[in-house]
Write a protein that binds this ligand. Sequence first.
Ligand code: DAT
Ligand code: MG
Length: 140
Amino acid sequence: MALERTFSILKPDATQRNLTGAINSYIEKAGLRIVAQKRIQLTRGQAETFYAVHKERPFFGELVEFMISGPIVVQVLEGENAVAKHREVMGATNPANAAEGTIRKDFALSVGENSAHGSDSLENAQIEIAQFFAGNEIVG
Ligand code: DAT
Ligand code: MG
């Protein structure tokens, strides 16, 4: 087991429905510590850069529009196996496929408006964290 940090977003559907505290409680109950957190409004450019890996996908335009449709909360989560643990507590991308008791099962509205983002690898976690946080903003 390794102490890791991963990058998390509470998406616009979560801030709009005032669910940030409820989702944070799932994160903390999973044993992850929120070691950095801020509420921001993404610019279109930031959203396009963040999701650049999906730019050829048919849903890219819709994804960017959604991500800039309201405030988001960006976070750094720390814990043992944080990347995999956070993916597990988020549940599957499509809430219809998400396991019971996961964030997306309990809160997501659709595959697009699915309440949460989590890094998919330690390497991507480091890249994503660096896009939104300076080192001195993360206090473990
Ligand atoms: P995840 O967020 O679980 O890592 P992903 O990286 O495959 O999933 O996709 C990024 C986001 O894009 C996802 O959270 C929601 C949106 N998305 C993915 N597949 C989609 C689809 N088929 N239709 C609409 N939006 C989709
Ligand atoms: Mg992904």
